[in-house]
Design a protein around this ligand. Structure first.
Ligand code: ADP
Ligand code: MG
Length: 746
């Protein structure tokens, strides 16, 4: 094992960089815009391939969110196949998102056998075919995907259905393979959602309807649709593959279960935004190239805070497509890293004591004419619209902060939430000085301090009520300066940034719950506005301000501007009655409380059975993940750590013995041997306790299992780790079988 570790380290050092060939035309590289979408069957490709009336029918049906008729589907399928085969594709697949956090696919060849009777003889011949039926719907053998009891009670099968809003594309694999990908929903025989996409589409639809109604009340009769926009900043680690291969914990659980964290401040502070190491740059660039081809608009890349930690971020898109693209980004990075002999880690906390990874979900809403509803920088008139939308969001987050917490709960994100370097388990909203002042002034019925002045003007409130007219409403500038990195949900200029989302998880469910809560609050804001305006055609400024005021006051407790990592905030939040949900099982329960049920079921986002099945899947997955971790830790200790300690003890004992032969008392060796003996025994005992606990927990039923995993199992694992980490420091380096943090990270 010693040799394995050394040669892995050597391999890492000697590894030649992998050259990537950016395509050229003449003597220049292709422009990013020329690469973008090369392998996407987009509107342009469709318009080129279809007769005009068919193309128009297709567009109309997609925009109207209708099911495609059979004839149109046949024509689109034919066109897609010809396009894909000309680009080398041999297979197609419905690409869907079961509730596993990743995607699933099953490839089918275009190959079709036909038979013909020629002079009494059957002749078989081969053609390539792809029908509208195959495009629209497929039936994967889906019995082993998580379903939380939905399908077993009805029908064993699930169906995948093309999400026509998300275009088909070609994914290229090793050895020239190319497959036509069809982004799909995954539903049960009875139409229940078994996946992450279906409910996202539903929630976006519900949000759109609620927003359009509010805009109508404000006199906007043009807007027919409001889309949810999403841009996911993705953080990850890249480490050498040879070293990774010697860490069974990383391989099985995605994180290190043992390992001495680097001493504080050892982390190179200058890594952040520093130069990207060339091997990593080559890897990310190749991934970006592949992503660009399939239409993922990756825009930025940079180093993150921790050593070997990086981030890529795309240009934002409609939420359901942004989710597809985030999942594709993770998959492509995973595959490309392999080619560079690197391993990408998406886990939220692969290394104890080292900055964790998140997925900042930047979220907003946009009208069909391209107006961002969270863009405050325009005229005072639209600032009313902006403020109404803003207070609706605050109301939503305030009323459903516990529910929102459930969507970001997982055994892996648990290491991040509440830990001292990431959003705490309390969900609060940050607005920045300027917006806070605007809302405070409206609440207190006083003029808004002018932020164009270098420092905040204080305004005396007095007893008189001031009417805030359009003339007194200052333009709200896009304020990017005051960023509170500690807020889990922060307004950042023209969007909210949901930072508590885990790096490894699909961003879909967090967005679903956010959409659901916001659509409900938009409806409430609209109702209040309709009531305030009475019989008038349009609400007056006073009407609008009164509604903004009403919701500002009722949601005030969710606003928090100071340091979210401080102990004071925990106390303050408790005083305010904000939920501080530390454990996952508790967080999952939030899905089932009456307010959540009402929110999700009455708006048609999840049915009763979809909701309970989701709860069960989450609980089960949580317990399973932790039991896998515990078992992995147990085997690391028994097969790696203890044997290393024993080997070193033997060497020491032999040395002590041979010194005795020459009448020397081996004092220093004995000292070390005693220390090793003590901690080996303590580790053994902790490990035995862990083993017994695993057996006990495995015998419990679902919910009790999850609770026991969260409370007892994690504590027992921590104890084992503590002892193992002491031994890592005591055992001679040459005996240690696992690459150490310093080797993995520096
Ligand atoms: P930052 O300073 O946080 O990097 P950026 O403007 O670069 O800010 O945005 C970060 C992410 O937010 C990007 O993925 C970007 O596309 C996304 N984003 C920007 N505007 C919006 C919006 N209106 N809706 C959703 N996401 C957005
Ligand atoms: Mg950001």
């Amino acid at each position: 094992s010693q040799n394995a570790r050394l040669s892995a380290l050597q391999e890492n050092v000697d590894r030649p960089g992998r050259n990537i060939d950016w395509p050229t035309i003449g003597d220049r590289n292709l422009y990013p815009s020329e690469v973008f979408g090369l392998d996407v069957f987009d509107r342009k490709a469709l318009a080129n391939a279809l007769p005009k009336p068919v193309y128009q029918r297709f567009t109309k049906q997609v925009q109207g969110r209708q099911q495609l008729d059979r004839q149109t589907a046949d024509a689109v399928a034919h066109a897609a196949r010809v396009w894909a085969m000309n680009k080398g594709a041999t297979h197609f697949t419905h690409w869907f998102q079961p509730q596993t956090g990743t995607t699933a696919e099953k490839h089918d060849s275009f190959l079709t056998l036909k038979s013909q009777i020629v002079s009494g003889q059957e002749e078989i011949y081969a053609i390539d075919a792809f029908s509208g039926g195959q495009l629209l719907q497929s039936e994967p053998d889906a019995s082993s995907f998580p379903n939380g009891g939905i399908r077993s009670t009805f029908e064993a099968r699930g169906y995948t259905i093309w999400d026509t809003v998300s275009p088909m594309f070609i994914r290229r694999g090793p050895h020239g393979t190319a497959v036509l990908y069809i982004p799909s929903c995954f539903i049960s025989y009875n139409g229940e959602a078994l996946d992450e996409k279906t409910i996202l589409l539903r929630s976006s639809e519900v949000l759109s309807n609620a927003a359009v109604k509010l805009l109508q009340t404000l006199g906007d009769n043009e807007t027919k649709r409001v889309t949810t926009t999403l841009g996911c900043e993705q953080e990850f680690f890249l480490i050498d593959r040879a070293l990774y291969n010697l860490r069974p914990d990383l391989k099985i659980t995605g994180r290190t279960l043992i390992g001495v964290p680097p001493p504080k401040h050892q982390q190179l502070e200058d890594h952040y935004f520093g130069q990207i190491p060339s091997r990593v740059l080559a890897c990310i660039a190749e991934a970006e190239y592949e992503l660009a081809r399939i239409g993922v608009p990756v825009k930025t890349r940079h180093n993150e805070v921790a050593p070997n930690q990086f981030e890529v971020a795309p240009i934002f898109e409609e939420a359901s497509i942004a989710v597809d693209h985030n999942l594709a980004t993770m998959e492509v990075l995973h595959q490309v890293a392999h080619r560079h002999k690197l391993k990408v880690l998406f886990h939220e906390k692969p290394f104890k004591g080292v900055n964790g990874s998140g997925k900042h979900a930047n979220w907003s809403m946009q009208t069909d004419s391209g107006d961002n509803l969270l863009d405050p920088s325009s005229t005072p008139e639209t600032n009313y619209r902006f403020l109404l939308v803003l207070v609706a969001i605050l109301d939503a987050v305030y009323k459903h902060s516990g529910l929102l917490r459930s969507s970001i709960a997982s055994s892996s994100n648990e290491h991040r939430l509440g830990a001292n370097e990431a959003p705490p388990a309390i969900v609060s909203a940050f607005l920045g000085d300027h917006l806070s002042e605007v809302l405070n002034a409206i609440e207190e019925k006083r003029p808004i301090a002018d932020f164009s002045q270098p420092h905040l003007q204080t305004v005396s409130v007095g007893g008189t009520q001031l009417d805030l007219k359009i003339s007194t409403m200052p333009p709200i500038s896009r304020d990017l300066t005051d960023r509170n990195r500690t807020s889990p949900f922060a307004f950042t200029g023209n969007k909210f940034e949901y930072r508590a989302v885990g790096s490894k998880q699909s961003p879909s469910f967090p967005v679903v719950l956010l959409n659901s809560a916001v659509s409900k609050s938009l409806t409430l804001v609209n109702e209040a506005l309709v009531k305030a305006k009475g019989t008038k055609a349009l609400p007056s400024e006073e009407d609008i301000l009164s509604v903004i005021r009403q919701f500002t006051i009722s949601s005030k407790k969710i606003r928090f501007e100071a340091n979210g990592y401080s102990e004071d905030w925990v106390k303050e939040a408790e005083k305010r009655g904000l939920p501080n949900i530390k454990s996952c099982p508790e967080a999952f329960k939030q899905l089932l409380i009456p307010a959540s049920r009402e929110l999700l079921i009455s708006q048609g986002i999840l049915s009763e059975s979809e909701l309970t099945s989701r709860y069960h899947i989450l609980i089960e997955k949580y317990a399973k993940d932790l039991l896998i971790e515990a078992n992995t830790l147990h085997s690391l200790v028994t097969n790696g750590v203890l044997p290393a300690s024993f080997a070193y003890r033997k060497e020491l004992a032999d040395s002590i013995n041979s010194q005795k032969n020459v009448s020397v008392d081996a004092i220093p060796e004995k000292k070390v041997l005693n220390v090793l003996t003590r901690f080996s025994i303590e580790l053994q005992e902790a490990d035995e306790k862990l083993e017994a606990l695993i057996t006990k927990i495995e015998g419990l039923h679902e919910e009790a299992q999850a609770v026991a995993c969260g409370k007892e199992l994690t504590a027992a694992m921590e104890e084992v780790r503590e002892k193992s980490d002491i031994l890592e420091k005591k055992v001679a380096d040459k005996y240690w079988p696992f690459p150490k943090y310093t080797e993995l990270l520096f």
